[in-house]
Every structure is written in structure tokens, then in C-alpha cells.
Design a protein around this ligand. Sequence first.
Ligand code: GL7
Ligand code: PLP
Length: 827
Amino acid sequence: MSATPKIEPIGAKVPEPRQNDPDTLARQIVEKLTYSICKHPEQARKYDWLRAVTLVVRDRIIDHWFPSTDRVRDSGDKRVYYLSMEFLIGRMLRDAINNLQLTGPIREALKRYNVELDMVELLEPDAALGNGGLGRLAACFMESMASTGVPGVGYGIRYVHGFFRQEIAEGAQVELPETWLVHGNPWEFERRDSSYEIGFGGKVLTQQEPGKPPRHVWRPAERVLAVAFDTPIVGWRGSQVNTLRLWSAQAVDPILLDAFNSGDHIGALVESNKAEAITRVLYPADSHQAGQELRLRQEYFFSAASLQDIIRRHLGENDSLDNLADKVAIQLNDTHPAVSVAELMRLLVDVHGYEWAKAWEITRATFGYTNHTLLPEALEHWPINLFERLLPRQMQIIYQINADVIREASQTGFDGAQISAISLIDEGNGRRVRMGQLAFVGSHAVNGVSALHTELMKETVFRNLHELYPERIQNKTNGVTPRRWLMECNPGLTGLLTEAIGPGFLDDIEKLRDADGLADDAAFREKFAAVKRANKGRLADLISDRLAITIDPGAIFDIQVKRIHEYKRQFLNIIEAIALYNQIRAHPEKDWTPRVKIFAGKAAPSYVQAKEIIHLANDVARVVNSDPSVRDLLKIVFIPNYNVSLAEIIMPAADLSEQISTAGLEASGTGNMKFALNGALTIGTLDGANVEMLEHLGEDNIFIFGLTADEVAQRRREAHSGRSIIDETPLLREALDAISAGVFAPESPARYHSLVSNLYNNDWWMICADFEAYWNTQRELDGLFLTQDAWQSKAVHNTARMGWFSSDRSIREYAKDIWQAGPGKVR
Ligand code: GL7
Ligand code: PLP
């Protein structure tokens, strides 16, 4: 018998470090084309190049991914799990190439085949698994955790259809399905070995043994499978690669074979369709609760899968769950994953046999909760009967938590009104579970996302809970990643800054401060303005290609891009545009500063007023843009389908950023930060993070107007309406009259009657109240733009002073104050 050949133990061979020179990269790209895509370079189509380049980059990420994962496991360091229903990532290739610093060599390698890297990058679909600010923040946080060395794992949902594609037809929004996965997704790895059963419905069995607390066993009526898909998130300079794990729902039995064989071909697939529906689409509701059963299923599905995964990993490395909170921090991104609090209690008590009090201690020490909005319509609460039917054991647990909290409150001397305010059950509204209260009591730290928002949390929605647990609320002001939102989207400015202050700011964005003095340097200002001008040219080209509207890059680019919402007040901006239009026509002899007003943003499909606002913007644009009497002094543009990739072109091209929400209602904003970082001046209210921007920028470098949050609250208490203001403000009255008279919608003059009558009767969003201050500030900005030196000097100060608003800073604060993970170890 011949001897068995000796097999090298797995892992004995570490791959040679890869070379990153253009020759090697070119060879490897062709290798991928040949062996992974099966094409000759001569035959390769555009998408083949995208795939080949992605695979080459991916190999290099994997080289960093293994050691990152091993390092965390071997060190026993605490891991941070970021649970979020949304990750609005956008394209990934440019980010990965930038962070691995391969831009130059890959560009060079592709040139050998006459292929442009920029063209290839633009083919990638946006991963739009989020609605807006909240989801985009989660994406910035994932990148910053990798860049600052926090061992973070993101958990979310792998929606087949992300945020809908918006088209504008005859001025109105049309929603179309988004299909980011049609060309496959080379970034993700399906992990069938990490799949879990998730239950719904059924009943709870209670076993009572004498002298012992009752034991509860949940017997779900339905089960679906959660299957993991992993995407690597590579940090700056490739230092660390973290994992984004997204769950996909599948049926436990993919087909009911008996039904199929007996001829019921559709019935055979019913289970499978029902299961897959859970992760089919992202709910397009931003800042208001979707309120449907499928949404609650989504929330529980991804929370339960993530917790099972976390516990399995923990028990693979530790003897018990006793030390869970020492090794694991779980951050709840808004209340969407708040059911996790009840689910972890269920796992600890029912499955792992912990006593209630001990389980509660572990749970509270493990969770942190971030609140992202105070808008009442956004606060999640579920009807008790729905909750009970879908999650019967979790409902029992919530009742028990509630009883404990109420007991504690009574002992503290809370009265009936205070107790009903903190109760997890809303008794006044058809009996509902309040998810904000559940997240609050189940977490050791609760945070707001800007200083103002955090103070308002203490005074409003969580007033009584704050009184009961006064140490729990803290502030963590949002931030944005400077890699995507400066280096990648604005290479011109990045190059100029590197030349002027050296490359130090690339590793520590707060070093941008070194550029502050350059605001007084005329030669620098000129170069700064030239970069802006080139970026405006790029946006003007996009607008000309997509909309056949010609705009002048010499005009002020005045931009408001964000979700369309009444509180964000796009309507105020449009009314100001109409008033300006009227004035230009009435006084053609005046020295008007040319302006292009640019809008973009999606409305939730069921949000009637938001859709009317989009329609109005488009109607006004049509009339103004075709009126020869305003010449090039005013243009209005609505760019359809706002998404991350469009934002990357828009942010660097803005002169003026519109952050004009009704004070007290925008929790933070992050678009405001991206604009200012790229040298736009802000016109804004004292709301969200604008307040802190004012502190960092200085009052000469930001244009604040309007009512404060306190004044808004006061007016609302006084039942303010717009009527008298409209009567006394001719500019405003004439603009509203024009809308009401159908000047912008001659085919349907009544189209905007309800929008306008709301201003007369109520003015809930303080549009009339703030109109005059807004108008005056805009005219001040007109004057400033004519003195370019002064404008550009302020613009330079904006870029130089925005470093603090980096998500690296936010993440370091979370790591230190909430997660107790990685500080000291945070690079
Ligand atoms: C939001 C806030 O509205 C927004 O101001 C904030 O910047 C963002 C991230 O913290 O969170 N809250 C919310 O529900 N959505 C947001 O964008 C949808
Ligand atoms: N949507 C997209 C695509 C974004 O890039 C951003 C932030 O830049 C937002 C929404 C949030 O914008 P805002 O903070 O202005 O609401």
C-alpha cells in the first residue's frame, strides 16, 4: 500500500502580498475577465469591465478582511453591532478603490485597454437600502468604524428592491421599482452556514413547577429562514475591514412538493412567496410610521436573526452569556429594531434560563438607542392585537417590563399622568405598544443626534422618562465621512487642499483648520473658486444632458436637496422663487444677481402634500424657465431621482445650501454638513446641527434667519395662522395669489388650493411667519455674491472649519461614551 500523501494543514499558506502596480493590476483584471467572466478583453462589454475591476479590488479587500476578523476574535475585544433597517450606501467601488489608495494604478491599468475608470465606476448601481438621512448616516458610520478601528458589524435587511426610482411625468412624481441586483452583486457573499429560523405567531406554553418561576415556551405557527449576506466595508488606507451582514428571507420549505405534484402549482409556492416578501422591498416612508403588518415582520425578522447570530458568536468564544455586555454593544438605530429588547429578554430567560432580573441587567447594559426624530407621526407604535398575534411571547415580556418600570416610577413618586406618559402601552390610542419607550427603558444610553435635538428630547417626547432616568440621555452630534464626501466627490478641492496644507488632513480631517488662514490669500481664493466653477460646470452638464435646461455656471447655484417634507419647507423656497420672479419682472432695471434654484428629492408615495410640492416646483420651473423677460436671471431646476450618486455631484457644485426646516423639527441634518464641507454657504434656521455649525463657522460665515424652536412652539400654542402676515406682506401675498390663480398650472388652476389655504388658516410649518426674514437674507446673499472676494473667503472658512462634523468624530464619541469599545485602541 502506498503511503497517504501528506496534506498541508489548512491555513498554512498565507497568500503572497499582492502588487499594486499598473502592470500587475492590468494582468489581474484580464485574468478576471478571462476566468470569472469568460470574455476576451476585445469582447468585453462595459459591465464586464466593471465586474472584473470589482473582483480585483475585492481580492485585495479580502486580504485585509481575514486579518481584521481574526484580530478582533483573537483579541477578545468588544464588538459593536449596529442594528439598522436602512443602509443608504450608494456605489461601493470608488469608495473601496479610494480607501485602498488604488485610484492611480487602476486608472493606469485600464487605460492600457482604452477603458476609463470613471466610466466604469459610473456603471455601478447605487445600493439604495435606505430612505434618506437616517440610512445614509448608518452608511457613514460603517465606513468610519472601519476607518477608526472600531470592530463593528452592521446588521440590516437585504432588500431586493431598494428605495424606488423617481421619474417626473408632466411635473408629477412617478415611482418605479428599483432593481440594483439585476447584474448580480459582486460585493456580497451568501453565507448559508449562517442562517436561522425566525418564528411568527402561534402560542406560548407555560410550564409551572412548584417553587419555581413559570417557564415559557413559544411555539410559533410560522417559520421563515434568515440567510446572511456579507459585504466588506473597507476603512481608510485599508487599515480595517468590517462586515455588513444583511438578512434575506427564504421559506424553510422552498416548495410544497405535495401541492405541486397534485397540480396546485401556484399553491405550492405560496409559502415561499410569503417568506420572501419580508425582504422584498424597502418601505419608502421617511419620518412617518409605515404602520403595516409586513413592516413589523421586517423589524422582528432582522432583529431576531441578528440576536441569534450575536449570541452564537458570543457562545463560540465565551462560556456563557453572563459577560455579554462586556463583549457586545448593540446600537439600535432608531426604534425600528426596538423589538430586540423583548427578544433578547426572551432568549435570555426562556432559552438560556436566566432569572428575569439578571436578564434585564444584561439586556440594559448591552443596548444603546439613538433617537432620530421627534415628529409625532414618525414615532412607532403598534396596535396591541397585531403585536400579540405576531409576537405573543414578546408581548408578554413587554407587559412585564412595563410593570417593573411603572413600579419603579411609582416608588419615585410619579403621579398618574406621569406614569401614563412613560408607560410602554399607550392606553389612549386604541392600545398600542410604544417602541420609543421600549427602546429607552431597555438601553443604558439613549442619544439624540444634535445638541438642540437632544435638549428637545429631554423636554418633549422623553420628558418623564428623562426625569425617571436622568443620566440616560446624552448627545452625539451626527457627522459625515470625509472620504466619500470630500476626497471622492471633490477630487479638485482635495488636490488643492493637499497642495496648500499638505496631506495631513486626509488622516485627520480636523487639520482642515490649517486652511483657515488661506481665506485671506487672494491667490488661494481664486484657485478655490476655480475648483467650484469646474464642479458647477459638471452639474450644469448633467442638467443639460438629463433635462435639456441650460444654466449659467456664473449664477449662484442655490440648492435644496433632501426628502420632500413639509417640515423641510421646500414650499418656502418655491414661494421665495415666485416672489423673486415677480420682482425681476416688475423691476427689470435693477441689478439682480443671477440665480439657479435647484431642487431634488423624493416624496413618500402616500404623502399627498409632499407630492404637490414636487408638482409645484416643476410647474413653477416650466413657467419661469420659458419666460424670456427674466432672461438668465432666474432658472429653476428639479432634478429627478435624488440618490447618493447624484448627491456626490451636487454637493461640490453648490454655492448656497438651503437648510430651512421649521426650527425644532430637523433632528440634525447631514446634507447641511456635506455642502459646507465642500465650501457652500448655508442659509438656514437655528435647527438641528445648523446650531453647532454656527458655533464652529462663526456668525459671519453662515446665514441664519427665522424663528427659533422656542418661538415656533410658542406660536403653535397661540394657534398662529398665516392670514394677517399674508395680508401685510405684499411679496408673499402676490406669490400666493399667483399660485391660487393658476398661473403655474393653467390646465388645472385649483391644483394648489389646499397647499395655499393651509397657509392662511394655520401655517403649521411657519412658512408665512419666516417668509420675510428668509427673503431679506436671500437678498443679502445676492449682494454678497457680487463681491466674490468676500463670498469666496467665507466659503474657504466653511471648508476649513467643518472638520469637526466628520463621522470619525461621532464614532469616537459613541465608542468612548456609549459602547466602551475600542477607545485607546481606536486608531
Ligand atoms: C432623521 C432626521 O430627520 C435627520 O435630521 C437626521 O439627520 C437623520 C440622521 O440622524 O435622521 N430622522 C429620521 O427619521 N430620518 C432622518 O433622516 C428619516
Ligand atoms: N438623501 C441622500 C441621498 C443624501 O445623500 C443625504 C445626505 O446627504 C440625505 C438624504 C439627507 O439629507 P438631509 O440631511 O438634508 O435631510
